[in-house]
Design a protein. Structure first.
Length: 547
């Protein structure tokens, strides 16, 4: 009997085996190469496909380019510019990092790599199997030309589907990447015919237009934008309304830190969030973005990097359910909750005018769809300058939103309609027996304030607070409320004022976020305490006349 000896695999065979994990079909090649372009900070990526990718895949970008001396090693296994130490594996921000894609692709195709850096007089080119690069003509950036994919793997080529199916997978791959990288323009041509062309999308309107172009105008018309935060975690994007459910999962996109993800924890959370609002067997539509600290998610789980592992999966699962359900429960979506009836608003407007709290001597039309006008710029992540019909306006936007939330809070308490928000990680508040007894005795009062708590050892475990106080310091809030309960639990006005004091200032992320927030101010009269008119008189008063 002959014993089979152990031997090292030839390099080309090892690469082909690795390619079996990374490269499933032509769309896999497109994904890997586009991700390389994105990591190279490209702002424009052009994709040319022929023969459903089996004949030709050409990806060209205007990114940073590859140093001429690195072209050869770029096609070697485990060669990358993305990471340099094992510590970086827990803080991966790039889309690629394994150093497996290029050698895998090169081992099953005829690959040509051409690149030019901005400080180079010319480009350099190399093909797989060559040992030296040669000068070439090429604009700044990098291009990959992949011909005869799977030429040496007839079994893999045999299992490819029809050209129409493979072309669909390529288009879907490009669309997913385009939804995750708004700052990049994409131009996709198939057989020399443009199939998708997307300009860079910097503003919120441009991004929404891109979503509409990929997901369909009907999706945008039947969805609303959300942005929910919990400490360092943010969930944002477009949620399909409950009545806009679908028979297929064709409009379900989820991204984590800019990466396309298919994750069971995420999928289950979204299904559970919609479970009571859409019929069984129907599918929700969404384009959602989860931003979390890099060290709380492990993306080094699978070669395709579609799967992730969370450090605290239960927290993420609960946050997604809570954020989506809270957004879906709002009947006005992004027009904000009504702070009063139309008659009450009219009375409030008249009161403000009579007290001369309006900015201009000419009253603003508070029924206007946007009394603050169009945003010109955002300053210090807080102040916005807008152009209204009368003048330029300078608005302290976080203060304006806090004022709105205080009014909403007061009205909701008066109507006994204040909504609570569950705390995913309950807070323990240390206190004395007198305050614990007061909390238990006056649980109905706390419930009317949307606060839920229960005794735990020598303190109280807070499990829910008013949704309008989501960003507050819970321990300080509870200390103040418990102290008030021990003195006069019937002082509803005083308790309301305490809650109002603890509404925190929000943080403005960017100008798109600011645009969403000013829509919430449509129903509220403009006040000098958070907005001033930058008319000629005001501007002149800021400067001393020349002597």
């Amino acid at each position: 009997m002959t014993t089979t000896r152990i031997h090292a695999l030839p390099l080309h065979l090892a690469n082909q085996i690795a390619a079996g994990e990374v490269i499933e079909r032509p769309a896999s090649v497109v994904k890997e190469l586009i991700e390389n372009s994105i990591d190279a900070h490209a702002s424009q990526i052009d994709i040319d496909i022929e023969g459903a990718g089996s004949q030709l895949i050409r990806i060209q970008d205007n990114g940073e380019g590859i140093h001429p001396d690195d072209l050869i090693i770029a096609l070697s296994r485990h060669a990358t510019s993305k990471i340099h130490s094992s510590e970086q594996l827990s803080h991966i921000s790039s889309l690629g990092f394994r150093g497996e894609a290029l050698p895998s692709i090169a081992s099953i195709s005829h690959l040509t790599l051409t690149s030019r850096q901005k400080d180079s007089d010319c480009a350099y080119q190399i093909s797989h199997g060559e040992t030296e690069n040669t000068p070439a003509s090429h604009p700044y950036g990098t291009s990959f030309e992949i011909r005869d994919l799977f030429f040496n793997l007839p079994a893999r080529r045999h299992f490819l589907r029809s050209n129409k199916t493979e072309q669909h997978h390529i288009l879907t791959t490009i669309q997913r990447l385009a939804l995750s990288q708004f700052e990049v323009g994409f131009h996709y041509k198939y057989a020399h015919s443009t199939k998708l062309k997307l300009a860079m999308a910097h503003t919120f309107e441009q991004r929404q237009q891109r979503v509409a172009k990929i997901c369909g105008k009907s999706f945008i018309d039947n969805s609303f934008y959300i942005e929910q935060r919990y400490e360092e975690i943010t969930l944002s994007g477009w949620l399909g309304k409950t009545e806009a459910h679908r028979s297929q999962t064709d409009v379900q996109y989820f991204f984590i830190n800019g990466r396309v993800i298919r994750d069971r924890v995420i999928n289950h959370a979204i299904r559970q969030a919609y479970a009571e609002t859409i019929p069984a067997g129907r599918q929700a539509a969404y384009v959602l973005y989860l931003t979390i600290p890099l060290d709380t998610v492990d993306i080094n789980v699978h070669p395709t990097k579609h799967e992730v592992r969370f450090r605290n999966a239960r927290l993420i699962h609960g946050l997604i359910i809570s954020a989506i359900q809270e957004a879906l429960s709002s009947t006005d979506y992004f027009t904000a909750e009504k702070i009063a009836s139309d008659d009450t608003i009219a009375e409030q407007t008249a009161t403000y005018q009579s007290q001369q709290l309006l900015i201009s001597s000419k009253p603003f039309d508070t029924a206007s769809s946007n009394p603050l006008g169009q945003i010109i710029t955002l300053l210090e992540q807080r102040y916005i300058i807008t152009q209204s019909l009368q003048s330029l306006l300078l608005t302290d936007l976080p203060e304006a939103i806090r004022h709105l939330h205080r009014q909403q809070l007061r009205n909701a308490i008066a109507d006994n309609t204040l909504r609570s928000r569950p705390i995913l990680v309950p807070i323990i508040v240390s206190t004395d027996k007198q305050q614990i007894d007061a909390a238990q005795k006056h649980a109905a009062v706390l419930n009317n304030l949307a606060i839920q708590c229960q005794q735990q050892n020598n303190g109280l475990m807070v499990t829910a607070i008013p949704s309008l106080l989501a960003q507050c310091d819970i321990k300080k809030l509870m200390s103040a409320i418990l102290l008030a309960l021990t003195h006069d639990p019937t002082d509803t006005e005083g308790l309301t004022a305490l809650l109002q004091q603890h509404i925190a200032l929000i943080t403005i992320n960017n100008i798109e976020h600011a645009k969403q927030l000013i829509e919430q101010l449509n129903m509220m009269p403009i006040q000098k305490k958070w907005c001033i008119s930058l008319d000629q008189q005001t501007l002149s008063s800021l400067f001393s006349p020349l002597q």
